[in-house]
Design a protein around this ligand. Structure first.
Ligand code: ZN
Length: 296
C-alpha cells in the first residue's frame, strides 16, 4: 500500500515526512505509457503534492503543474482529500529521445512550475497559486526554494525513484517557540545542520528500499524519532458525469446542438483516467433541457 508517514525528532523543532508510491504509479501506467524518467518525475511531483496536502487544515486539492517548451510540454500532479492522486504528462517524443535524467529542469526547457491549493467550495476559501522558481538541480531543490520563500521554512527534500517506485524524504525546520532562548535556538540550528547533513548522505538504494523506521534509524540513530500513524494513498480520478456535463455545456447551446446533429454520439474522454462519457442525441437534448435557464 502507498503510504505517507510523518515523524518528528523528539524535543527538536524539526519535523519530517516520508512517502513511498508504488501502486499509484502502477495505476498511472495503465492509462499512459510514459518514459521511465517521466514516470520518476511524476512520482516526485505526486510525492510533493501529497506532502503539501498532508499539512492542509481544509478539504480540497493540491496540484503541481508545469508547462514548457522542452520535452515535457505539460504536466500535472494532484492530491485530493489528502489520499487520492491523479496526474498526467504530455511528452514531445521527438525531444524526449536525448534526455537521460528525471531532472525537471532538463525536461521542462523554458517553462513554469506552479503550486496550487484548491479548497473545496464548501470551505468558501479562495484558491491560491504560487509560482515555483525552477532550480537547475531539479524538483527537490526547486521546492526547497519555494518553502523558504513562501513559508520561510528551511526544508530539505530528497527523492529516489527505483524500479517503478518513488520515495521521498522531507525535513523541515519549524519556527522556534516564542519563549525559546538564544542558546536553545542555536542548539536547534546545530541539530538541523547535523540532521540535514545526515539526510543528504542517504543513497538512492537506501531511500528507495528501506522501511521508514529502518531508514530513520540508519540515518539518524542518535536522534530519537516519533513516528505518527501512516496515511494511505491511492490513484483515484475525480472526474464525474456532472463534470463531464459541465464540459459540454461550456460549448454553449448552439454549438452543442450543432455538434449533436453532426454525429450520433459525443464523447468526453477524461484525460487522467481514460473514462469515456458518452452522449447520444437524446442525452444531449436532456442535458440542454435540464440546464435550459443557465444557457443563452
Ligand atoms: Zn477521470
Amino acid at each position: 500500500m502507498d503510504l505517507l508517514q510523518r515523524f518528528s525528532f523528539s524535543g527538536l523543532p524539526i519535523r519530517g515526512q516520508w512517502i513511498r508510491l508504488d501502486q499509484t504509479l502502477k495505476s498511472l501506467a495503465q492509462y499512459a505509457d510514459y518514459p521511465d524518467d517521466v514516470k520518476g518525475l511524476l512520482g516526485e511531483m505526486f510525492a510533493a503534492v501529497t506532502m503539501v496536502a498532508d499539512n492542509l487544515k481544509f478539504s480540497g486539492a493540491v496540484s503541481l503543474q508545469s508547462k514548457g517548451d522542452g520535452a515535457l510540454t505539460r504536466s500535472l500532479a494532484e492530491c485530493r482529500d489528502q489520499h487520492y492522486l491523479r496526474g498526467i504528462a504530455h511528452v514531445a517524443t521527438d525531444k524526449a529521445a536525448d534526455i537521460r535524467s528525471s531532472n525537471l529542469a532538463d525536461w521542462l526547457g523554458n517553462g513554469q512550475l506552479a503550486l496550487s491549493l484548491l479548497p473545496d467550495k464548501s470551505t468558501r476559501m479562495n484558491p491560491y497559486q504560487g509560482l515555483v522558481e525552477i532550480d537547475p538541480a531539479g524538483l527537490a531543490a526547486s521546492l526547497e526554494g519555494y518553502f523558504q520563500n513562501s513559508e520561510q521554512l528551511q526544508t530539505r527534500l530528497h527523492f529516489a525513484s527505483l524500479d517503478g517506485t518513488t520515495t521521498g524524504l522531507l525535513l523541515q525546520r519549524l519556527p522556534d517557540a516564542p519563549e525559546a532562548s538564544e542558546v536553545s535556538i542555536a542548539a536547534a540550528d546545530d541539530d538541523w545542520l547535523t540532521l540535514t547533513t545526515l539526510a543528504a548522505s542517504v543513497t538512492t538504494e537506501e531511500l528507495a528500499t528501506l522501511a521508514p523506521k529502518q531508514m530513520l534509524l540508519r540515518l539518524f540513530h542518535e536522534y530519537p524519532c516519533e513516528l505518527y500513524s501512516p496515511r494511505s494513498l491511492s490513484f483515484r480520478c475525480s472526474c464525474s458525469a456532472e463534470k463531464s456535463d459541465q464540459t459540454l455545456l461550456v460549448l454553449g447551446r448552439e454549438d452543442l446542438m450543432a455538434l449533436a446533429s453532426e454525429q450520433p454520439e459525443i464523447h468526453v474522454d477524461c484525460e487522467f483516467c481514460g473514462h469515456r462519457y458518452v452522449y447520444d442525441q437524446a442525452a444531449v437534448a436532456k442535458l440542454l433541457n435540464h440546464s435550459g435557464s443557465a444557457l443563452h
